[in-house]
Ligand binder design. Structure first.
Ligand code: SF4
Length: 470
């Protein structure tokens, strides 16, 4: 049930013209988990009669925010302020703010942003269309955090037609000391496996060929409902039409031997693992409450590299965690250099109220965090470039994702959508060899979602360059 922290407000304009469909536009900030929420919000609003439009034309604008770290909060606030201009210079009659920032700061936002008509947390998102269609709406909607959905939940896909994200669980039951997510999304709640399989079947029927499985803590999937990730994957690989499945946001825990074997042997599960590690020094890992050690992390990387051929390993680190010494940071740098991750991202530690680490003494000055962050990225740039160069001369399947300057852009298995680079294809659409795509499509130009074979001819730090081969 919804509950409110403020008294109801009368809505007199949102549904004035029931006869002419209202238009809605959404801006989704933050991660792919938030994007799925945005797609569910759009689905709920579409079901309630809204048409999707540009921001300029929209009667209703929704900003789905991220409130994870300082930079994300700043981006969310700036976006809200920017979009509120459409209430003065556009068609917009209602501006609604949803997501993690609301879950965290609803009352403050209500005070500071009077131009926003309603604030909605991370819970009960599937009801947003129904509730906003009512004559009276409240200023704040907050319920149990986090929204789970099922195959029948209306959802409007906003990614390219051949690829989609599927959220297997919501929330997180870990207690990492720097992280506010469990407070914003609740403890981990897994979706039943048949709900996920049903959704993937529906997506395959719509023409989706790549499924990116997402969660806050992928490897813990199912622990709360008596199953596990391996069981889920064994069911998912049976779905016809799906060609690639990718595991994102894995915790360095829970990679059983049989799960690793399954990833290695099953063709549809890509040899790509995203596993945020955050740090490698034992003292810092302990302060982070990561529940693991440097030795265990090194073991799991060894095991994954040994068992899974040509593995692409993506990870993330935090630079400048409270009390991190230069020596401990240097240990992290050496680790990044030694482990040769295909991809590694970094965050500057963000001191967050409501977290254990936010209260820790010896917070690191901003300029030191910045300097460590830059050094970490510099080391990884060198590694990424060398790793990408090893692909020159190899051939991969890749989905066509668009064109740039008359040339196609493709994405191969080692390139996850949004977060990784792409493969630029040389040769204009007209000059591609006719036998470079499936027989049924010969004499046609390639289109987004076509699967082609790409030979890699060059590489830089982020992207690859190649040509289509038959
Ligand atoms: S596992 Fe990830 S989402 Fe969960 S508490 Fe740790 S950092 Fe946050």
């Amino acid at each position: 049930m919804m509950d409110s922290t403020s008294s109801p407000q009368v809505d007199s304009t949102l549904r004035q013209a029931q006869s002419s469909p209202q238009k809605v536009s959404i801006v989704s900030l933050g991660c792919s988990k938030n994007l799925v929420d945005s797609e569910l919000i759009l689905g709920s609003l579409k079901n309630a009669g809204y048409e999707i439009s540009s921001e300029k034309e929209a009667d209703l604008i929704v900003v789905n925010t991220c409130g994870f770290i300082a930079d994300a909060k700043k981006e969310s606030i700036n976006t809200i302020i920017e979009l509120s201009q459409y209430k003065h210079h556009g068609n917009c009659k209602k501006l609604i703010v949803t997501g993690c920032l609301v879950e965290r700061y609803a009352d403050e936002l209500k005070r500071e942003l009077p131009e926003v008509d309603a604030f909605w947390g991370t819970g009960d998102l599937l009801k947003i269309g129904e509730i906003l269609g009512m004559k009276k709406i409240k200023k704040i909607y907050k319920s149990t955090p986090g929204t789970l959905y099922d195959p029948d939940s209306p959802r409007v896909l906003t990614t390219l037609p051949h690829t989609a994200y599927v959220k297997v669980s919501e929330g997180c039951s870990r207690t990492c000391s720097f992280c506010i997510i469990p407070k914003l999304r609740g403890l981990m709640k897994s979706r039943p496996a048949d709900s996920i399989v049903g959704e993937v079947r529906n997506l395959a029927n719509l023409g989706v060929k790549e499924i990116n499985l997402i969660a806050q803590d992928m490897t813990s999937y199912g622990r709360d409902i008596g199953t596990n990730l391996e069981n889920l994957l064994r069911e998912l690989v049976k779905v016809d039409g799906i060609k690639w499945m990718r595991l994102l946001y894995c915790y360095p825990w829970g990679f059983t031997d049989s799960l690793v074997r399954l990833i290695a042997e099953e063709e549809k599960i890509l040899n790509y693992i995203d596993m945020p590690l955050q740090h490698i020094n034992d003292r810092i890992l302990k302060l982070m409450d990561r529940g693991t050690t440097s030795a265990r992390i090194r073991n799991i990387i060894d095991k994954l590299r040994k068992e899974i051929p040509n593995l692409t390993l993506r990870t993330t680190f935090i630079a400048g965690f409270p009390s991190e010494t230069e020596e401990e940071f240097k240990e992290l740098l050496d680790f990044v250099e030694d482990m040769r991750f295909e991809r590694a991202g970094a965050f500057k530690y963000s001191q967050e109220e409501g977290t254990k680490a936010g209260e820790m003494p010896h917070q690191i000055p901003d300029e030191v965090k910045e300097e460590r962050y830059e050094r970490l990225l510099e080391v990884q740039s060198e590694v990424s470039l060398n790793k990408n160069r090893t692909l020159i001369g190899t051939i991969h399947e890749g989905f066509i994702e668009g064109t740039e300057n008359g040339n196609y852009i493709a994405r191969i298995p080692s390139q996850a959508p949004e977060v990784d680079g792409v493969t630029y294809i040389s040769g204009s659409p007209k000059t591609l060899p006719p036998d470079s795509y499936p027989r049924s499509q010969r004499n046609k130009r390639l289109k987004v979602g076509d699967l082609v074979k790409v030979s890699i001819t060059d590489a830089d730090i982020y992207d690859l360059f190649g040509k289509v081969v038959s």
